[in-house]
Unconditional design. Structure first.
Lengths: 379, 363
């Protein structure tokens, strides 16, 4: 007998937050491709993701994983050569009603009403996202004018209170973006995103360009605002260690596929997918005992040459022939009670992993030394 | 009053035990003039920075953007001339110039830059920058020897089979592969000192370690003295023998990496470490460090008197605002520029007997 027989592939499991709660944003089987001369390049393949009201979902992935394409595509913000080739994106906001609307079927006018009012975005590079020749007051005012009918006083008050919200002095309304520090610009972006009270805020690497100290301040601010205003957040980043701290649930994306989905606790301590394990072991930590570290061999996925089956297979330590045939449906992780799912049907031989598979260790499938964890990990 | 003495003769870099001293910076300063005429102001980007690079050892220079860490690298590489202070290679003072005689220095001290997409000319195949460096600095080599040298260089940075990579264009390579080409180019001149300015911060998380590992193995094989400049103090913990923390152009703390990261002395180092993401804090709400209301770091470079961190420091008193602290010795290998160590890190200054690091530095 070699290895463990793959778990029978069952139905696509229901993934999402607490049962019974209607997700505010539901991405169903979404696929997005970039048309190139050499044929279509599939950047996002069959992704399902739900965002419950007031929930923070983290989307982690490396460059080329499709994380930004997924988020922008879900808002219909991509231009050709990007094309959405399949799926649905259902938005059910309080102002829309429980049946929701399919974002992918909206016309230009309907989209304009949805964008910012219902789903806002904070981009990574605030310097590029803000208009350099407009004062903060004018750019933020534009958002208000587009979506709300306010009197002059109301408009002025709202602008001032938005800056208060993110901890920027009101005089800064008169400033141009270049007169603000990087952290302040990012705060202005956040204030703008919250200007008309959206229910979903997509944050695309909102703190990546910032220093760690400022990054922490901004994250604390986002967490506070989120608690206060109860919007749902889709938080996109390459920094899984950061995500573990801020997100309720985490989706791991690789080569356009979801590889693992679970709450932060499970992703951290009961990691089910070898890629997630590899990512976690790539981060040196400042706190706690020194662990042995190991990067992931090979290069990030090249979308032009994604292998059949599991896209991570070429870099996976545990890859086997069956990996080329798996259909990448998310399967429940044995023993999980909270919808922790993984696309890898095989049990990962790992001391701190999901299930200590006695079959594997007994047969002498050694745990690679680079993967062993020296220090005591909390569990 | 603090009992600590400014560091002097008895103080040694934590890297000094690894190998002999190769490159040293003594009290390096760099001022930039901003504006002109009457409105002109002086920005002192680097102020009295001293550091020692030892053979086979890694010294990390950690700081946030704008702290002056890249300026230090440029000064050491001879791309900028210092306003004050001196650089010594093997004990001999070095004067940066465009002169031919300076080429010798350049071949001893090489630099790897942050952005591998910008540091390699994209119109040339990989072969070109490597070949140029080899021909310029190893003039004695014949055509065939140059060719085999190129293959050897790429093998050193684990780009194999080397023949395949030599004729590729940079755009055909991933970020990690490009950075390895940049490292190979630096190695082509057989340097003894490698200045790596944020060598992995532009790379994907999963390949950062491998590139760091390549640098580490080369350090060992060629006994390179490495200066590792980074904003990521966690990687300094794993990678460097000694860590220097920079704030607003000054070194505020230095010491063995493990000691410094596990028991930071300077309030700024404490702030930096507290801000680093920590998955083990999972479930707790994100807390900011006590300086949240103090967002005034902007003017730190212009402060003429007192500690530059004082405006953000929770422990600052009148002395801190009046008089800039020098690096004060905590033990033979650790020092911090802080008057209030007795309050900021009481456990460090009370039991001075504690010396040897408990955990070996190299993983």
């Amino acid at each position: 007998m070699t290895g463990v027989a793959p778990t029978p592939i069952g139905e696509r499991v229901e993934i999402g937050a607490a049962p019974g709660v209607q997700p505010v944003l539901e991405i169903r089987d979404l696929s997005i491709a970039y048309a190139t001369v050499a044929g279509d390049l599939k950047a996002v393949s069959h992704v399902d993701l739900k965002l419950a009201p007031g929930e923070v979902v983290g989307l982690a992935g490396e460059s080329g994983s499709g994380k930004s394409t997924l988020a922008l595509g879900a808002c219909r913000l991509l231009r050709p050569p990007a094309i959405i080739i399949g799926g649905d994106v259902i938005y059910r906001g309080r102002r829309i009603g429980p049946d929701g609307v399919n974002i992918l079927e909206q016309n230009a006018k309907q989209l304009r009403e949805l964008r910012w009012r219902e789903i806002a975005i904070v981009f990574q590079s605030a310097m590029n996202a803000l208009n350099p020749v407009l004062r903060v007051r004018d750019q933020m005012g534009d958002v208000l004018d587009a979506h709300l009918k306010l009197s002059r006083e109301q408009r002025r008050d709202r602008l001032a209170s938005l800056l208060d919200l993110v901890g920027i002095p009101r005089e800064r309304l008169k400033s141009y973006p270049h007169e603000l520090s990087g952290g302040m610009r990012q705060r202005v972006m956040i204030a703008m995103a919250l200007a008309v009270d959206p229910e979903v805020v997509i944050m695309d690497e909102p703190t990546t360009a910032l220093d760690v100290v400022v990054q922490r301040e901004i994250l604390a601010e986002i967490a506070e605002l989120q608690k206060e205003l109860q919007f749902a957040v889709l938080f996109i980043t390459h920094d899984l260690s950061l995500l573990l701290e801020v997100a309720d649930r985490i989706a791991i994306l690789y080569g356009g596929r979801l590889l693992e989905l679970g709450n932060s606790e499970e992703i951290h301590h009961r990691t089910a997918h070898p890629y997630t394990r590899g990512l976690l072991d790539s981060f040196p930590s400042v706190h706690g005992p020194r662990r042995s570290l190991a990067g992931i061999p090979g290069s990030p996925p090249d979308l032009r040459s994604i292998p059949p089956g599991c896209p991570f297979q070429p870099r996976c330590r545990f890859s086997r022939v069956e990996c080329a045939a798996i259909d990448m449906a998310l399967l429940p992780v044995p023993g999980s009670t909270t919808n922790h799912t993984t696309a890898c049907p095989f049990e990962m031989p790992d001391a701190s992993g999901v299930v200590a598979s006695s079959a594997l260790t007994a047969e002498g499938t050694a745990v690679p030394t680079e993967l062993s964890v020296n220090g005591d990990r909390k569990s | 009053m603090s009992e600590q003495e400014p560091i002097g003769e008895g103080f040694a870099s934590a890297a000094s035990g690894v190998g002999p001293l190769v490159l040293e910076a003594r009290e390096l300063s760099k001022d930039f003039r901003i504006g002109s005429g009457r409105t002109g102001a002086i920005l002192s980007a680097v102020r009295a920075v001293s550091l020692q690079l030892h053979r086979s050892a890694v010294v990390a220079l950690v700081g946030e953007s704008g702290s002056g860490k890249s300026t230090v690298a440029k000064l050491l590489a001879g791309q900028e001339s210092p306003t004050a202070g001196e650089i010594l290679l093997d004990g001999e003072p070095v004067t940066p110039s465009r002169h031919r005689s300076f080429r010798k220095y350049k071949s001893e001290v090489q630099m790897v830059f942050q952005d591998p997409f910008a540091s390699i000319n994209s119109v040339h195949r990989v072969r070109y920058p490597l070949q140029r460096a080899v021909r310029l600095h190893q003039r004695e080599l014949g055509r065939k020897e140059v060719a085999s040298e190129l293959v050897r260089l790429l093998e050193e940075v684990r780009l194999t089979p080397a023949d395949q990579y030599l004729d590729r264009f940079p755009h055909e390579l991933s970020g990690g592969q490009r950075q390895r080409v940049a490292i190979a180019r630096a190695l082509a001149v057989k340097p003894r000192v490698l200045l790596a300015d944020e060598p992995v911060s532009m790379l994907d998380v999963s390949i950062r370690l491998e590139v760091l590992d390549v640098i580490d193995q080369l350090r060992e094989r060629f006994q390179l003295a490495v200066l590792y400049i980074t904003h990521d103090i966690a990687s300094a913990r794993y990678f460097a023998d000694e860590t220097l923390v920079m704030y607003a152009g000054e070194i505020v703390e230095r010491g063995p990496s493990e000691d410094l990261t596990q028991q930071p002395a300077h309030p700024y180092t404490q702030l930096l470490l507290a801000s680093a993401p920590d998955p083990d804090r999972l479930g707790q709400s994100i807390q900011t460090v006590p300086t949240r209301e103090l967002r005034r770091a902007q003017s730190a470079f212009m402060t003429t008197s007192g500690c530059r961190f004082a405006p953000r420091c929770p422990f600052a008193d009148d002395r801190c605002r009046a008089e800039a602290p020098p690096l004060l010795a905590i033990n033979a290998k650790r020092a911090a520029a802080c008057w209030r160590l007795d309050v900021a890190a009481p456990e460090l200054v009370s039991n001075q007997g504690e010396e040897e690091r408990s955990v070996p530095l190299k993983a």
